[in-house]
Design a binder for this molecule. Structure first.
Ligand SMILES: Nc1ncnc2c1ncn2[C@@H]1O[C@H](COP(=O)(O)OP(=O)(O)O)[C@@H](O)[C@H]1O
Ligand SMILES: [Mg+2]
Length: 266
């Protein structure tokens, strides 16, 4: 078996090139849909191993940013660039970005009837790696990860998103993130529709995956501060009106929780 596929028990093989380009660099990104500009000049740098939180009021462009980073055809980039390890991916389709190591849980339809999670992960993993994965290999790793994430082994045989609660959908995303071994994961509104327990499970899941893959970069896009009680971001960014209006440490999230977004919305 390819040692890179052997999961968390194997040493992480993606050490960064010395003084290389950052994992993700977003430069002057303008993007919109149907002729309306939504992102109006976003700059963001995420290095290996870092967790960034992008927070903002409803309608500020958070989901648009996540979608554009993942190459969603629903949005048009009008200027600026998205660089992955220095490589310009701005015009690449989602599947090409996935092969380069970006995590794409959301490009897939909400519900795919008849496809068990294990089978989906085998296909997605093969596409990510550019080679076949054996059924057994995927089963073993999936069982390992479900165990580490405190999830029931039967989860892998459930059909993708079929009748999932909000919490189960989010857990499923964490399992995908673990199994597909991305270099960069963009998680949108990971806390929406989750109760506190579900939120903790997901946040701990993200931390479990990060500790198994210390070089993983994560961007969490969220309206609520709650998930940041469980995840310790290296940087917090405030997105208002399609621009990052302020960046800081975790104390910025606390300030947002206390004072809201008013000071930037006047
Ligand atoms: N595909 C789209 N077509 C037209 N307008 C859109 C589209 N997606 C988002 N918008 C608009 O862009 C703004 C930002 O939306 P969104 O990125 O979903 O914000 P957030 O996730 O921060 O709540 C909103 O005014 C929304 O109505
Ligand atoms: Mg949103």
């Amino acid at each position: 078996m390819d040692p890179a596929l052997a999961g968390a028990s194997v040493a992480v093989d993606d050490a960064s090139p010395p003084s290389g380009s950052p994992l993700l660099a977003v430069e002057g990104l303008h993007a919109g849909a149907e002729g309306v500009e939504i992102l109006r000049g976003v700059d963001l740098v995420v290095r290996e191993g870092e967790l960034h939180a992008v927070m903002g009021p409803n309608g500020s462009g958070k989901s648009t940013l996540a979608s554009v980073l993942l190459g969603s055809p629903a949005y048009e980039v009008t200027s600026g660039r998205v660089l992955l390890r220095g490589e310009d991916v701005t015009s690449l389709p989602p599947d090409a970005r996935a092969r380069l190591g970006m995590f794409l849980a959301f490009q897939y339809p909400e519900e795919i009837p008849g496809v068990p999670i294990s089978q989906f992960l085998r296909q997605a993993g093969a596409s990510r790696r550019g080679g076949d994965l054996s059924v057994l290999e995927v089963r073993v790793r999936l069982r390992e990860w479900l165990d580490r994430l405190g999830m029931d082994a039967s989860f892998g045989e459930r059909h993708l998103n079929d009748g999932f609660s909000g919490g189960e959908k989010k857990r499923n995303e964490v399992v995908q993130m673990a199994m597909l071994e991305p270099d960069l994961a963009i998680l949108d509104e990971t806390d929406s529709g989750l109760d506190i327990d579900g939120l903790r499970t997901v946040a701990r899941g993200v931390e479990t995956v990060r500790s198994a893959r210390p070089a993983l970069g994560v961007v969490v896009v969220t309206h609520y501060r709650r998930i940041l009680d469980e995840l310790a971001p290296d940087q917090v960014h405030v997105l208002v009106g399609g621009r990052i209006v302020e960046s800081g440490g975790p104390e910025l999230a606390a300030r947002l929780e206390r004072d809201g977004y008013d000071e930037w919305q006047r």
